[in-house]
Design a protein around this ligand. Structure first.
Ligand SMILES: Nc1ncnc2c1ncn2[C@@H]1O[C@H](COP(=O)(O)OP(=O)(O)OP(=O)(O)O)[C@@H](O)[C@H]1O
Ligand SMILES: [Mg+2]
Length: 270
């Protein structure tokens, strides 16, 4: 159920323009949104509709051209490096391409140690850190002892995705953005990843924002759905309202691409 509790992340008129003149692209066009604590949101749209650009603005990785973003109802301030770091304790992402997410020259323990450091655990005794990393790995069915001396590129795609979730387990952000978390992997791992994300959500109460082409996935996992077309939110509401009773032709078209939308999803075949 959508928990209409406290506002977690919201925005008004959020806009991103890339380039100038003939190269000008209006990637995100005055979008308004209000995401609540513990809510599961999907942002659905075709390729190029502006989803990743919006995610990057939410994360503070790129600037907004116009508009305001609010964190817990307060105007977000990420004007200094220090403030950005503070903000990133609250909001994290899992991106489309897991290979780009890591510094490939850092071994896996360094990747995980960084998370502990970001959470202020730098001074913990070594055994305590190893315990935390072991716990995070076993949460996603990875064996820390077997990974310690490896580099991220030595992992399989599925292991890499699970390592990303282990990072999130350590970071415990208030908001997680998952930008096509499942596109790189096979159907079976996809269901597993979804399960881990949901389990993590249940344990931490974090707000989960899925970014996807897959309106079927959106219906299956989310409380609230935002439909994005050419940089605009053309329709939003509860998953049932948007997907069972779509008002916009664009939404209807996305739904017509998915044959099984009305059937109960069977995770073993997702
Ligand atoms: N750094 C950039 N410079 C110029 N244009 C960009 C940049 N990043 C994105 N764009 C443009 O902005 C628009 C939105 O791109 P975006 O990556 O946000 O789409 P998307 O919805 O995430 O697509 P996909 O589903 O394929 O990932 C596209 O037209 C894209 O070409
Ligand atoms: Mg994208």
């Amino acid at each position: 159920m959508a928990s209409k509790t406290n506002l977690c992340l919201s925005g008004t008129g959020v806009t991103k323009v890339f380039g100038f003149g003939r190269n000008r692209t209006l990637a995100v066009d005055h979008v308004d949104f209000a995401f609540h604590e513990g809510e599961i949101i999907s942002i659905v749209g075709e390729s190029g509709s502006g989803k990743t650009t919006l995610a990057k603005m939410l994360l503070g990785l790129i600037s907004t051209t116009e508009g305001e973003i609010f964190f817990q109802g307060q105007k977000r301030d990420i004007s200094s490096g220090k403030k950005k770091k503070e903000y990133w304790k609250n909001i994290q992402a899992i991106f489309q391409d897991p290979f780009s997410a890591y510094n490939t020259f850092h071994k896996i323990d360094a990747v995980l140690l960084d998370c502990i450091k970001l959470r202020g655990g730098d001074r913990l005794p070594k055994e305590e850190k190893v315990k935390l990393m072991t716990e995070a790995c076993s949460f996603v069915n990875l064996k820390f002892a077997e990974l310690t001396n490896k580099y991220p590129f030595e992992l399989s795609g599925g292991q890499m995705q699970r390592l990303m979730i282990a990072r999130i387990f350590l970071l415990k952000p208030k908001i997680l953005i998952a930008d096509e978390p499942t596109s790189m992997i096979d159907a079976c791992s996809r269901a597993t990843i979804l399960d881990y994300l949901m389990k993590l959500r249940d344990e931490t109460g974090m707000t989960l924002i899925f970014i996807t082409h897959d309106i079927g996935l959106a219906y299956y996992v989310s409380d609230t759905v935002y439909i994005m077309e050419h940089g605009k939110f053309v329709e939003s509401g509860t998953a049932d309202a948007v997907i069972l009773r779509p008002q916009e032709p664009y939404t209807r078209r996305l739904i017509s691409d998915v044959p099984k939308i009305y059937e109960e999803w069977d995770l073993s075949t997702v």
